[in-house]
Design a protein around this ligand. Structure first.
Ligand SMILES: Nc1nc2c(ncn2[C@@H]2O[C@H](COP(=O)(O)OP(=O)(O)O)[C@@H](O)[C@H]2O)c(=O)[nH]1
Ligand SMILES: Nc1ncnc2c1ncn2[C@@H]1O[C@H](COP(=O)(O)OP(=O)(O)O)[C@@H](O)[C@H]1O
Length: 383
C-alpha cells in the first residue's frame, strides 16, 4: 500500500474542508486532495466500519489535474460520483470505481486494495475506426491522407511499440517507442486496450491513446493488426472495423519492397504474416468492411464514404457545457434512481450557467481504466 496513514479522522471529514466521506456497504470511503505536489492529487482512505481499521488503497486510473474540493455520492455498489469544484464543468465530473470488474481484476493481480478513478464525459463521442491489413497494403498512406484533409475531425491513436524507429518516424507522433520491460509493466497495470506480438515485436494501444483523441472531440483512428482488431472487438470499445486488402499478393510484395524501410529478412517475415492476415480477414463477425487498395484515390474515396455511413452522430452538447471553460462550482444536492441534481454553489447562475443541473446516469458506458461516457446533462431552471 506504500503510503503512510496520515492523521485522519471522520470528525475532520465531517467539518467539510477538503474531504468527502461516502458510505457504501460496510465501508466508508474518504476522498480527499493532496497538498503535496509530489503525490497524486486524489487520496482515498477506506474505513472498515466493523473492524474500525483504515486502509489506503492504490488509486489507479487517470487523476484530475486540479483538485481543490469536491462533493461525492454513491452511484451504486460499484462506483462513487465525485464533483470537483473550482474547475471547468467538463473537467469536474469523476467516478471513483470501488468494485467494478476492472477494480476486482486489479485487486486480484496486485493482492492489495485497489480503487480507480475514471473521468466522466458528457455524450458518447463518435465510434473509433479500426483499420487493419497486411504490411505494405497502404494503411498508413490512407490514414495520413485522412488526417491531412480532416485535421479537426480525425485523430490518430499513437500506439506503443518495441520496434526501432524508421528514419522519418517521430517518437510520440508515429509511435511511442518503448522498452519491453516498460510496456510489459503498463500492460500488467491494465493501461492497454489491446496488445499483440507482430513481426517479432510488441505493439499495443494504450487506453489513453484512444481516450485522449476522443476527448478532443475527434474520431479516433487505430492502425492495428488483425490480432489487435480481434481484441478490440472483444473489448467494451464500440468501433467500426475496416480491413484493407491488396489487389494481389504480387502487388503487396512490390509495395513493401518499394517502400524500402525493411531488410530482406523483415520483408520475408511480413509477407509470411500477410498470408495469415488475409486468411483471417474473412473471420465471421470480425471486420465490418473490406476495402481493396488498388488505385489509391479510388480506395480513399471509398474509405471516406464508409466513414460517413455508420450511424454515430455528433453529440449535441448544451451551450453551458461548451462554455464550460468558466470555473464551475456545482455541488451534489440529491439523487434519485437515475439522476443526480447538482446545485450551483452560490445558488446564483454565473455568466449564464444553470443554477440547477440534472446529471443523468442511466446510459453510462466504458469506465476505468478509460473514461466513463454517456453522461447526459440538462438544466433545470429557473425560479
Ligand atoms: N495489435 C496492434 N498492432 C499494431 C499496433 N500498432 C501497429 N500495429 C500493427 O503492427 C504491424 C506492423 O506495423 P509497422 O511496424 O508500423 O509496419 P507497417 O505496417 O509495415 O507499416 C501493422 O500491421 C500495424 O497495423 C497496435 O497498437 N496494436
Ligand atoms: N494504392 C496504392 N498504389 C501504389 N502504391 C501504394 C498504394 N497505396 C500505398 N502505396 C505505397 O505502398 C507502400 C506501403 O504503404 P504504407 O502506407 O506504408 O503501408 P502500411 O501502412 O499498410 O504498411 C508505400 O510506399 C506507399 O506509398
Amino acid at each position: 500500500m506504500g503510503e503512510e496513514a496520515v492523521e485522519f479522522s471522520v470528525e475532520k471529514v465531517a467539518k467539510g474542508c477538503k474531504q468527502s466521506a461516502v458510505d457504501v456497504g460496510d465501508k466508508t470511503f474518504v476522498i480527499g486532495s493532496s497538498d503535496d505536489d509530489s503525490k497524486p492529487p486524489v487520496i482515498v482512505k477506506i474505513l472498515g466500519k466493523r473492524t474500525q481499521t483504515w486502509v489506503v488503497p492504490t488509486v489507479l486510473g487517470t487523476q484530475p489535474t486540479l483538485t481543490k474540493s469536491q462533493s461525492a455520492i454513491p452511484v451504486n455498489d460499484e462506483k462513487i460520483l465525485i464533483i470537483e469544484k473550482g474547475v471547468p464543468l467538463n473537467e469536474s465530473i469523476w467516478f471513483l470505481e470501488i468494485d467494478t470488474p476492472f477494480v476486482k481484476q486489479q485487486r486480484k493481480i496486485k493482492g492489495t486494495e485497489v480503487v480507480s478513478l475514471s473521468k466522466g464525459v458528457i455524450g458518447v463521442g463518435q465510434k473509433p475506426v479500426v483499420i487493419s491489413g497486411p504490411s505494405g497494403v497502404g494503411k498508413g498512406t490512407l490514414i495520413a491522407k485522412l488526417m491531412k484533409d480532416y485535421p479537426s475531425k480525425f485523430g490518430f491513436s499513437v500506439s506503443h511499440t518495441t520496434r526501432s524507429p524508421r528514419e522519418k518516424e517521430i517518437d510520440g507522433v508515429h509511435y511511442h517507442f518503448t522498452e519491453r520491460s516498460k510496456i510489459d509493466k503498463d500492460i500488467s497495470e491494465g493501461k492497454f486496450l489491446e496488445f499483440a506480438h507482430v513481426h517479432g515485436n510488441v505493439y499495443g494501444t494504450s487506453i489513453e491513446a484512444v481516450e485522449s483523441v476522443t476527448d478532443e472531440g475527434k474520431r479516433c483512428i487505430l492502425d492495428i493488426d488483425v490480432q489487435g482488431a480481434r481484441s478490440v472487438r472483444a473489448s467494451s470499445l464500440e468501433a467500426i472495423f475496416i480491413f484493407v486488402c491488396p489487389p494481389s499478393f504480387e502487388e503487396l510484395e512490390k509495395r513493401l519492397r518499394a517502400r524500402g524501410t525493411e531488410t530482406e529478412e523483415q520483408i520475408q517475415k511480413r509477407l509470411r504474416n500477410a498470408r495469415a492476415e488475409l486468411d483471417q480477414s474473412n473471420s465471421p463477425g470480425l471486420f465490418d468492411h473490406l476495402l481493396v487498395n488498388d488505385d489509391l484515390e479510388a480506395c480513399y474515396e471509398n474509405l471516406k464514404k464508409l466513414l460517413t455511413l455508420d450511424d454515430s452522430q455528433e453529440d449535441s452538447i448544451d451551450f453551458y457545457i461548451k462554455d464550460g471553460k468558466q470555473t464551475a462550482s456545482y455541488s451534489i444536492m440529491s439523487k434519485n434512481d437515475s439522476e443526480i441534481l447538482l446545485q450551483f454553489e452560490t445558488n446564483e447562475a454565473k455568466n449564464g450557467a444553470a443554477s440547477l443541473l440534472a446529471l443523468d446516469l442511466s446510459s453510462l458506458s466504458g469506465g476505468a481504466p478509460g473514461r466513463t461516457r454517456g453522461l447526459k446533462i440538462r438544466s433545470i431552471n429557473s425560479f
